[in-house]
Design a binder for this molecule. Sequence first.
Ligand code: ATP
Length: 257
Amino acid sequence: MRRAEPPPAAPHMLRVEGLVKTHRVDGGEVRAVRGVDLEVRPGEFVAVTGPSGAGKSTLLHLLGGLERPDQGRIWLDGQRVDQLSEARWAVLRRRGVGIVFQFFNLVSTLTVADNIELPALLAGRSPRQVRAARQELLAELGLTGKEDSTPADLSGGEQQRVALARALVNRPALLLADEPTGSLDSKGTREVLRLLTRCHERGQTILLVTHDAKVASAADRVISLFDGEVVDDITLDAAPYPSRPSRAAADVVKLQG
Ligand SMILES: Nc1ncnc2c1ncn2[C@@H]1O[C@H](COP(=O)(O)OP(=O)(O)OP(=O)(O)O)[C@@H](O)[C@H]1O
């Protein structure tokens, strides 16, 4: 008698099981992430919210390989990544995972243009292609004309948008962003939301931390963290993901292959 085939595994861009991270501080420990399970499908746009200290940034750092978990497992596009070496992570971040940090982390000695182009040049793309991608992002983010400025010449909101452009220049399959509108006025927030929506339509998977209800409402799904645990997981839009992938989806850099 033939055994029934097991059902095919659901496709996940991101899968997390039993994630735990404790920060060691003078004279004690802070349990920042306390057993998080999470599955994000390709093309989903997920907002992570929660009060200050809930563990949002720590979770994002774990997902982007900037910190290692004490317990638990993480898969990106089917690949186990929680124990990858720093060198392998560097390749993944260059190729398929874009990250926007809370504190921007721009290279202060480089111009805006060079900051944005750097990951694309490191990924081996042609300088002409890279320049075109950079100019498109700068225009979308209302930063045309700032190419030759250095980060110190820019406002916090401008630096934040440059950091987003840098994270997106390689069209990563997965974007991880920590408060990408935290320093922006309403116009800047609208520009960033428009760009993120376009990324979503292109089929890129987005996971962003935000305190802003308007930003969260642009997502398909809102996950709430409290004291290092997922306490709520709400789907806002019942449409399948991505709701309508555009032809440009083929341009998105795949994590595998
Ligand atoms: N590198 C670190 N060393 C020690 N403790 C840390 C470190 N990073 C975070 N923490 C602590 O871990 C807990 C979770 O912090 P985390 O920054 O992940 O929360 P958050 O939800 O992102 O907060 P916020 O919204 O204020 O950015 C907090 O108590 C914080 O003080």
